[in-house]
Ligand binder design. Structure first.
Ligand code: ZN
Length: 255
Protein backbone atom coordinates (compact mmCIF):
# COMPACT_ATOMS: atom_id res chain seq x y z
CA UNK A 1 0.00 0.00 0.00
CA UNK A 2 2.37 2.65 -1.26
CA UNK A 3 -0.10 5.53 -1.03
CA UNK A 4 -0.77 5.33 2.71
CA UNK A 5 -0.53 8.75 4.37
CA UNK A 6 0.00 9.24 8.09
CA UNK A 7 -1.56 12.21 9.88
CA UNK A 8 -3.08 13.11 13.21
CA UNK A 9 -6.68 14.20 13.62
CA UNK A 10 -9.66 14.88 15.86
CA UNK A 11 -13.01 13.22 15.21
CA UNK A 12 -15.54 16.05 14.77
CA UNK A 13 -18.52 14.09 13.49
CA UNK A 14 -19.44 10.54 12.61
CA UNK A 15 -22.35 8.60 11.27
CA UNK A 16 -23.27 5.05 10.38
CA UNK A 17 -22.81 4.05 6.76
CA UNK A 18 -23.74 0.89 4.83
CA UNK A 19 -23.91 -2.31 6.83
CA UNK A 20 -21.03 -1.97 9.24
CA UNK A 21 -19.06 1.14 8.19
CA UNK A 22 -18.73 4.62 9.58
CA UNK A 23 -18.20 7.91 7.82
CA UNK A 24 -16.19 10.35 9.90
CA UNK A 25 -15.24 14.00 9.62
CA UNK A 26 -11.77 14.69 10.99
CA UNK A 27 -9.87 17.88 11.59
CA UNK A 28 -6.35 16.77 10.74
CA UNK A 29 -3.01 18.43 11.32
CA UNK A 30 -1.63 18.17 7.79
CA UNK A 31 -4.70 17.94 5.54
CA UNK A 32 -7.24 20.15 7.32
CA UNK A 33 -10.81 18.92 7.50
CA UNK A 34 -11.45 15.68 5.67
CA UNK A 35 -14.02 12.94 5.41
CA UNK A 36 -13.03 9.34 5.74
CA UNK A 37 -14.75 5.98 5.72
CA UNK A 38 -13.84 3.35 8.29
CA UNK A 39 -14.83 -0.02 6.90
CA UNK A 40 -16.27 -2.46 9.41
CA UNK A 41 -15.98 0.09 12.24
CA UNK A 42 -19.40 -0.84 13.66
CA UNK A 43 -18.63 -4.52 14.02
CA UNK A 44 -18.38 -5.71 17.62
CA UNK A 45 -14.67 -6.45 17.41
CA UNK A 46 -13.65 -3.54 15.19
CA UNK A 47 -9.91 -2.98 15.45
CA UNK A 48 -9.94 0.84 15.28
CA UNK A 49 -13.05 1.53 17.38
CA UNK A 50 -11.31 3.39 20.24
CA UNK A 51 -9.58 5.75 17.82
CA UNK A 52 -12.87 6.69 16.14
CA UNK A 53 -14.89 7.97 19.09
CA UNK A 54 -16.10 11.55 18.96
CA UNK A 55 -13.45 14.09 19.98
CA UNK A 56 -10.75 11.47 20.13
CA UNK A 57 -7.31 12.59 19.03
CA UNK A 58 -5.86 9.82 16.88
CA UNK A 59 -2.84 8.95 14.85
CA UNK A 60 -4.27 8.03 11.47
CA UNK A 61 -3.18 6.01 8.47
CA UNK A 62 -5.24 6.99 5.45
CA UNK A 63 -5.55 6.15 1.80
CA UNK A 64 -6.48 9.49 0.19
CA UNK A 65 -9.43 9.47 -2.19
CA UNK A 66 -11.09 11.99 -4.45
CA UNK A 67 -14.15 12.55 -2.25
CA UNK A 68 -13.31 10.57 0.79
CA UNK A 69 -10.26 8.98 2.35
CA UNK A 70 -10.27 5.36 3.43
CA UNK A 71 -9.13 4.87 6.97
CA UNK A 72 -6.61 2.08 7.36
CA UNK A 73 -5.76 2.64 11.01
CA UNK A 74 -6.69 4.94 13.91
CA UNK A 75 -4.84 4.84 17.21
CA UNK A 76 -6.09 7.05 20.03
CA UNK A 77 -3.47 9.35 21.59
CA UNK A 78 -3.75 12.02 24.30
CA UNK A 79 -5.99 11.88 27.36
CA UNK A 80 -9.16 9.78 27.10
CA UNK A 81 -12.39 11.77 27.03
CA UNK A 82 -14.28 11.29 30.32
CA UNK A 83 -17.69 10.49 28.86
CA UNK A 84 -19.52 10.48 32.20
CA UNK A 85 -18.81 14.18 32.85
CA UNK A 86 -21.67 15.95 31.07
CA UNK A 87 -20.30 19.48 31.37
CA UNK A 88 -16.95 18.39 29.94
CA UNK A 89 -18.76 16.46 27.20
CA UNK A 90 -20.89 19.51 26.32
CA UNK A 91 -17.74 21.66 26.15
CA UNK A 92 -16.19 19.10 23.81
CA UNK A 93 -19.37 19.15 21.73
CA UNK A 94 -19.13 22.93 21.33
CA UNK A 95 -15.46 22.60 20.39
CA UNK A 96 -16.32 20.06 17.66
CA UNK A 97 -19.17 22.18 16.27
CA UNK A 98 -17.08 25.36 16.36
CA UNK A 99 -14.17 23.80 14.53
CA UNK A 100 -16.48 22.13 12.03
CA UNK A 101 -18.17 25.48 11.31
CA UNK A 102 -14.89 27.40 11.11
CA UNK A 103 -12.62 25.14 9.08
CA UNK A 104 -13.13 24.44 5.39
CA UNK A 105 -12.34 21.12 3.77
CA UNK A 106 -8.89 20.77 2.22
CA UNK A 107 -7.48 23.91 3.85
CA UNK A 108 -4.67 22.68 6.13
CA UNK A 109 -4.01 24.93 9.13
CA UNK A 110 -1.41 23.24 11.38
CA UNK A 111 -1.27 26.23 13.77
CA UNK A 112 -5.03 26.06 14.36
CA UNK A 113 -4.77 22.29 14.70
CA UNK A 114 -2.16 22.73 17.41
CA UNK A 115 -4.37 25.21 19.26
CA UNK A 116 -7.48 23.05 19.01
CA UNK A 117 -5.78 19.79 19.95
CA UNK A 118 -4.17 21.38 23.01
CA UNK A 119 -7.56 22.79 24.06
CA UNK A 120 -9.12 19.36 23.50
CA UNK A 121 -6.48 17.65 25.66
CA UNK A 122 -6.94 20.19 28.46
CA UNK A 123 -10.74 19.84 28.32
CA UNK A 124 -10.40 16.07 28.60
CA UNK A 125 -8.14 16.30 31.66
CA UNK A 126 -10.21 16.15 34.87
CA UNK A 127 -7.95 18.60 36.77
CA UNK A 128 -8.43 21.32 34.11
CA UNK A 129 -11.36 23.73 33.82
CA UNK A 130 -13.07 22.66 30.58
CA UNK A 131 -15.36 25.69 30.42
CA UNK A 132 -12.47 28.11 30.83
CA UNK A 133 -10.58 26.30 28.08
CA UNK A 134 -13.63 26.51 25.82
CA UNK A 135 -13.89 30.26 26.44
CA UNK A 136 -10.18 30.75 25.68
CA UNK A 137 -10.41 28.66 22.51
CA UNK A 138 -13.54 30.54 21.36
CA UNK A 139 -11.72 33.81 21.76
CA UNK A 140 -8.67 32.52 19.88
CA UNK A 141 -10.83 31.20 17.03
CA UNK A 142 -12.51 34.60 16.70
CA UNK A 143 -9.09 36.30 16.84
CA UNK A 144 -7.67 33.98 14.16
CA UNK A 145 -10.69 34.61 11.94
CA UNK A 146 -10.41 38.39 12.37
CA UNK A 147 -13.82 38.83 13.99
CA UNK A 148 -13.09 39.61 17.61
CA UNK A 149 -15.75 41.60 19.45
CA UNK A 150 -14.92 45.28 19.86
CA UNK A 151 -13.84 45.72 23.49
CA UNK A 152 -12.91 49.37 23.34
CA UNK A 153 -15.74 51.45 21.90
CA UNK A 154 -19.47 51.40 22.52
CA UNK A 155 -21.12 49.35 19.76
CA UNK A 156 -23.96 51.89 19.52
CA UNK A 157 -22.46 55.40 19.91
CA UNK A 158 -18.73 54.74 19.48
CA UNK A 159 -17.70 56.40 22.75
CA UNK A 160 -14.79 54.71 24.60
CA UNK A 161 -15.98 51.94 26.94
CA UNK A 162 -15.60 52.61 30.66
CA UNK A 163 -14.75 50.23 33.51
CA UNK A 164 -18.44 49.66 34.28
CA UNK A 165 -21.33 47.35 33.52
CA UNK A 166 -22.91 47.17 30.09
CA UNK A 167 -24.34 44.65 27.67
CA UNK A 168 -23.03 42.64 24.73
CA UNK A 169 -25.02 42.95 21.51
CA UNK A 170 -24.43 39.89 19.27
CA UNK A 171 -25.91 41.62 16.23
CA UNK A 172 -23.42 44.50 16.55
CA UNK A 173 -20.46 42.38 17.69
CA UNK A 174 -19.68 44.65 20.59
CA UNK A 175 -20.56 46.09 23.95
CA UNK A 176 -22.82 49.02 24.77
CA UNK A 177 -22.86 50.90 28.04
CA UNK A 178 -24.98 53.49 29.82
CA UNK A 179 -28.13 54.60 28.03
CA UNK A 180 -27.01 52.76 24.87
CA UNK A 181 -27.46 49.23 26.24
CA UNK A 182 -30.52 49.65 28.40
CA UNK A 183 -32.62 50.36 25.34
CA UNK A 184 -31.55 47.24 23.42
CA UNK A 185 -33.90 44.28 22.94
CA UNK A 186 -31.37 41.42 22.90
CA UNK A 187 -28.40 41.89 25.12
CA UNK A 188 -26.22 39.71 27.30
CA UNK A 189 -25.09 41.41 30.50
CA UNK A 190 -21.40 42.31 30.52
CA UNK A 191 -20.10 43.36 33.95
CA UNK A 192 -16.98 45.48 34.42
CA UNK A 193 -15.14 42.30 35.55
CA UNK A 194 -16.21 40.47 32.36
CA UNK A 195 -14.97 43.31 30.18
CA UNK A 196 -11.62 43.23 32.00
CA UNK A 197 -11.33 39.46 31.45
CA UNK A 198 -12.18 39.79 27.74
CA UNK A 199 -9.50 42.47 27.41
CA UNK A 200 -7.01 40.15 29.14
CA UNK A 201 -7.87 37.54 26.52
CA UNK A 202 -7.23 40.12 23.84
CA UNK A 203 -3.79 40.87 25.26
CA UNK A 204 -3.09 37.12 25.14
CA UNK A 205 -2.19 36.60 28.79
CA UNK A 206 -3.37 32.98 28.98
CA UNK A 207 -1.21 31.86 31.95
CA UNK A 208 -2.68 34.68 34.02
CA UNK A 209 -6.23 33.84 32.92
CA UNK A 210 -5.67 30.21 33.89
CA UNK A 211 -4.50 31.30 37.36
CA UNK A 212 -7.51 33.57 37.90
CA UNK A 213 -10.12 32.53 40.43
CA UNK A 214 -13.23 32.59 38.28
CA UNK A 215 -16.55 33.11 40.01
CA UNK A 216 -19.43 31.19 38.39
CA UNK A 217 -21.28 34.37 37.27
CA UNK A 218 -18.09 35.74 35.69
CA UNK A 219 -17.38 32.54 33.77
CA UNK A 220 -21.03 32.24 32.71
CA UNK A 221 -21.03 35.77 31.36
CA UNK A 222 -17.74 35.44 29.48
CA UNK A 223 -18.89 32.12 28.00
CA UNK A 224 -22.36 33.41 27.00
CA UNK A 225 -20.88 36.45 25.29
CA UNK A 226 -18.22 34.58 23.33
CA UNK A 227 -20.53 31.77 22.19
CA UNK A 228 -23.31 34.21 21.22
CA UNK A 229 -20.74 36.21 19.27
CA UNK A 230 -19.47 33.14 17.40
CA UNK A 231 -22.98 31.84 16.70
CA UNK A 232 -23.93 35.18 15.25
CA UNK A 233 -20.78 35.46 13.18
CA UNK A 234 -20.89 31.88 11.90
CA UNK A 235 -24.64 32.25 11.32
CA UNK A 236 -25.26 28.86 12.80
CA UNK A 237 -26.61 27.77 16.17
CA UNK A 238 -24.23 25.63 18.21
CA UNK A 239 -26.40 22.83 19.54
CA UNK A 240 -23.96 21.85 22.27
CA UNK A 241 -23.82 25.48 23.43
CA UNK A 242 -27.56 25.24 24.21
CA UNK A 243 -26.88 22.14 26.30
CA UNK A 244 -24.05 23.91 28.08
CA UNK A 245 -26.33 26.91 28.76
CA UNK A 246 -29.00 24.59 30.19
CA UNK A 247 -26.39 23.02 32.42
CA UNK A 248 -25.47 26.37 33.91
CA UNK A 249 -29.08 27.50 33.97
CA UNK A 250 -28.35 30.91 32.48
CA UNK A 251 -27.48 32.71 29.25
CA UNK A 252 -30.97 34.08 28.80
CA UNK A 253 -30.72 37.23 26.71
CA UNK A 254 -32.00 40.20 28.67
CA UNK A 255 -35.26 41.55 27.36
ZN1 ZN B 1 -22.86 54.23 23.65
Amino acid sequence: MADLVSDEGLVLRRRAFAEADRILVFFTRDQGKLRGVARGARRAKARNAAGLDLLTRSELLLVPGRNMAVLAQARAVGPTWPGADIVRTACGGVLAELVDATVEESHPDPALYQLVSEARDRMATPSEDARLELALLSFQIAAGGGYLPDLHRCAVCGEPLQDREGGFLPALGGIAQGGCWQAQPEVIPCSAATLRVLRRMESGDLPLLRRLRWSEPLRDEVESILLAHLEHHLDRPLKAARILADLRGLAVPRV
